[in-house]
Design a protein around this ligand. Structure first.
Ligand code: GLY
Ligand code: MN
Ligand code: MN
Length: 438
């Protein structure tokens, strides 16, 4: 399962159709990052660059120049190099980029200083996401100054610099059918990974051993990398929202919270499940868990086209706060607890985020300063949680140190939403039955 070359070409065309004549877009690839001597971090292509190119090498730059007679799409990339390829692997080179990725023109990246100022000359507008790469920001300023220095010889310097993010992010926010298929599969693989962890779990295992089980499953299913650092938090570690140490033993009687998702062809899954290490929820664990599940289901029921982004979050706040009052964790009235924000002692994050090539994907949450209505093709997470700090002396001791989050990925459809991650159980009896049968 892969995005076809036609799609990448169509995306470039669609972006250019939103750019005026005499404009140019500059989109850089990601760079390799050094880890320590002679060792680099695994390469992950920049999502926007990949979205438009399908080209998976560092040290590259895409230019889009709508209406340019001699070629609208230009790629700069690494040259072929026999020695470097023996050491570090295959490079497409400019000829390969044109033949295999359908660019109109390609050059060696080393020629960019010679070629780019001439391409910028006469353009009125540059589309570029300034502020993400200081070195490139400076390089672009340098190229502009070169043109400005030649105005008396007839050069015409661009007058407008426009953030590219907005146009591109809106495209990435609405997923096409091929993207939906990939995300459905990323959701399935991620879900099965969580099932494996539930099946393996028992007291005494280390948190990182559940992580290893999940990552092994992802890779065996064709998704080599996770979409983000896996969180496996036993007991009160679940109350640390970005806990990734994962180095503690799992204790009998505790819950374990796992937040893990695979990355498949640059698309993310993002699932959280919380379950008992010994396979059986205690009463207080079940009470809090049932409340989070109720909120999560209410939000999923609500999510459909036209519903405002914030309304989904507000739904989670209302259900959770009401339940916290019923369980005695909050003492105020519903209105007071929501207005004063005291529920935030237990629910301190938002209901979710856009999901796509980045786990916290691009796309505005407000349009003209209003919360945005959901639209078919958007993918988002629904992930309410409750976290009772181990040192919270204001609550009954039975609640202390319990952290619960339940997270699924949903695709907004014409009439409602599709849960992409339904293949891992979240009902208490289903989880207990799965763990008992393992
Ligand atoms: N795994 C990151 C998140 O749930 O937002
Ligand atoms: Mn998550
Ligand atoms: Mn998430």
């Amino acid at each position: 399962m892969k995005i076809d070359l036609d799609q990448f070409v169509a995306r470039r065309k669609a972006l250019m159709s939103n750019m005026p004549a005499d404009s140019i877009a500059i989109i850089p690839s990601a760079q390799m990052k050094q880890r320590n001597n002679d060792v680099e971090y695994p390469f992950r292509q920049d999502s926007s660059f990949y979205y438009l190119t399908g080209f998976n090498e560092p040290d590259a730059m895409l230019l889009l120049i709508p209406g340019r007679a001699s070629g609208e799409t230009v790629l700069f990339c690494r040259e072929r190099d026999k020695l470097m390829e023996i050491w570090n692997g295959y490079r497409s080179g400019p000829d390969g980029a044109v033949n295999d990725f359908a660019f109109d023109e390609a050059h060696a990246i080393g020629e960019i200083d010679d070629v780019l100022p001439a391409l910028l000359n006469g353009m009125s507008r540059i589309y570029y996401s300034i502020g993400q790469d200081e070195e490139l920001d400076q390089q672009i300023r340098h190229w502009l100054n070169l043109i400005r220095g030649k105005v008396r010889q007839g050069a015409v310097a661009p007058t407008e610099l426009v953030m590219l993010d907005h146009l591109l992010n809106e495209m990435r926010l609405i997923k096409g059918t091929e993207e939906q298929d990939l995300m459905r599969r990323a959701g399935e693989i991620s879900a099965q990974g969580h099932v494996k962890a539930m099946e393996l779990c028992k007291p005494g295992l280390m948190e990182y051993q559940l992580e290893a089980e999940i990552l092994h499953h992802f890779a065996m299913q064709g998704a080599r990398q996770p979409a983000y650092s896996t969180i496996v938090g036993g007991g009160s570690n679940a109350c640390i929202l970005h806990y990734i140490e994962n180095d503690q033993p799992l204790a009998d009687g505790d819950l374990v919270l796992i937040d893990a998702g695979c990355e498949l062809e640059h698309y993310a899954g993002d699932i959280t499940r919380t379950f008992p290490v010994n396979g059986q929820f205690s009463e207080p664990q079940a009470a809090l868990y049932s409340l989070v599940l109720k909120a999560q289901k209410a939000c999923i029921d609500l999510a459909k086209p036209g519903v405002l982004w914030d309304a989904v979050h507000d739904c989670s706040v209302e259900v959770l706060t009401k339940g916290l009052i019923e369980l005695g964790l909050l003492k105020e009235s519903l209105e007071e607890a929501i207005t004063a924000g005291s529920y935030r002692d237990f629910y301190m994050h938002r209901i979710g985020h856009w999901l796509g090539m980045d786990v916290h994907d691009v796309g505005d949450y407000k349009v003209e300063n209003q919360w945005r209505p959901l639209e078919p093709g958007m993918v988002m997470t629904i992930e309410p949680g409750l976290y009772v700090a181990a040192d919270n002396m204001d609550v009954d001791p039975c609640w202390r140190g319990i952290g619960i989050r339940i997270e699924d990925d949903i695709l907004i459809t014409e009439s409602g939403c599709e849960v992409l991650t339904a293949a891992v159980p979240k009902e208490i009896d289903e989880i207990e039955a799965l763990m008992a049968s393992a």
